[in-house]
Write a protein that binds this ligand. Structure first.
Ligand code: FES
Ligand SMILES: [Fe+2]
Length: 376
């Protein structure tokens, strides 16, 4: 179990984990800033689970790689010569230097410190001067490899290599998202931002429609007001809701022909726990991959998916601009909330009705089930 929480924390997490009545409530300040809890999250949620690392279009060609940090583990995700996506420890087997940073393309991964170099299969190929060392065995220096699963175009990594397959956990989500065919969309823009918020608060914010008409009064309310939100399915590994569009809003185009009338007039927002959220509309999708750095800061890989041939459309540009605007509005709220997590008067309140904040309770219960002593 590792780091131990105090009795008050355990008591609340156990109660949430055991709640079957959906008496949903918000969580106290420590849930968003406690370092012991954050250590537990890294080991119980980020090391043990399937964690989203990126989109396949970020590493479309053999040799392309991207570095991400998952919990405490630096990881390099790459496409090998056989076109398979693979994930390795991004830690040199010599003295621990990071092999790569950011994104790039290479035939071998060469450590910038002393030039040990590794093939795309993770095996050490060259280690200068090391053949003069009697007990050195180059075949024992492969990079540790991690489990990888692709789901609808997104790459998930399991650094403990102990997670059961992801796709079955998302089976109940499939009917709500299948027609959008977002696995056929590509990522035209990915970028990183660091926000001064606890990562769980960001998942909560993205996944609730209660704030849409207030926080986003001029950006999203004209399209997706709070009153038209409806909760969708949830399960062990995900939660979801639909934000229906106002009749007065313009049809977003182009869209896949499979979409039903309602799907053309709504977005589906879902989270694959622990670190992935996305809003999928008829034409575009915006995703956030959360890579927490501390209990109070999160590195976010953001991206926008568009249909083939739609990159240069005005509607796409308009959507990207809108996404930047509503993200900035969310950031302002979340960073202000984070500054209030140390007050003695931080409330524990009822959450809004199921259609608006039911998703938050799904996520809180997921966290509690994995962290609490009741579950272990
Ligand atoms: S740490 Fe990588 S070659 Fe020395
Ligand atoms: Fe928002």
């Amino acid at each position: 179990m590792g780091v131990v929480l105090d009795s008050q924390q355990n008591e609340l997490l156990n109660a949430v984990a055991c709640d079957e009545t959906r008496s949903a409530h918000s969580m106290p300040g420590w849930y968003y800033n406690d370092n012991a809890l954050f250590e537990r999250e890294k080991s119980e949620l980020f090391a043990s689970g399937w964690v989203c690392a990126g989109h396949v279009s970020e590493i479309a060609k053999p040799g392309q790689y991207m570095a991400v940090t998952i919990g405490n583990e630096p990881v390099v995700v790459l496409r090998d010569r056989e076109d398979h996506v693979r994930a390795y420890s991004n830690v040199c087997r010599h003295r621990g230097m990071a092999l790569v940073e950011g994104k790039g393309k290479a035939a071998v991964l060469t450590c910038p410190y002393h030039a040990w170099s590794y093939g795309l299969d993770g095996r050490l190929r060259k280690a200068p001067y090391m053949d003069a060392v009697a007990d050195f065995d180059i075949s024992n220096c492969s990079l540790p490899e991690f489990g990888v699963e692709e789901w609808r175009g997104f790459i998930f990594v399991n650094t403990n290599n102990d997670a059961s397959p992801l796709a079955p956990k998302l089976a109940d989500l499939e009917p709500h998202v299948a027609n959008y065919r977002f696995e056929e969309r590509h990522s035209i823009e990915t970028w990183f931002e660091e926000w001064g918020t606890n990562w769980k608060a960001l998942i909560e914010n993205f996944m609730e429609g209660y704030h849409l008409s207030v926080t986003h009064a001029t950006t999203l309310d004209p399209i997706t007001p709070t009153e038209l939100c409806e909760k969708l399915a949830s399960g062990e590994g995900f939660t979801a809701y639909r934000s229906n569009y106002r009749d007065s809003s313009q049809q977003r185009e182009p869209f896949p022909k499979e979409l039903t009338e309602q799907e053309r007039r709504s977005s589906v927002l879902f989270s694959v726990f622990p670190n992935f959220v996305i809003t999928v509309g008829p034409n575009c999708a915006v995703f956030l991959i959360l890579l927490p750095e501390t209990s109070q800061t999160v590195n976010i890989k953001m991206g926008i998916l568009v249909q083939e041939g739609a990159d240069d459309l005005q509607a796409t540009t308009d959507y990207i601009n809108l996404a930047h605007e509503f993200n900035a509005e969310d950031r302002a709220m979340l960073e202000a909330i984070q500054r209030n997590t140390r007050t003695k008067h931080r409330p524990v309140s009822s959450l809004a009705p199921e259609s608006f904040e039911g998703t938050i309770w799904d996520f809180t219960r997921y966290v509690a089930r994995h962290i609490s002593e009741a579950a272990s």
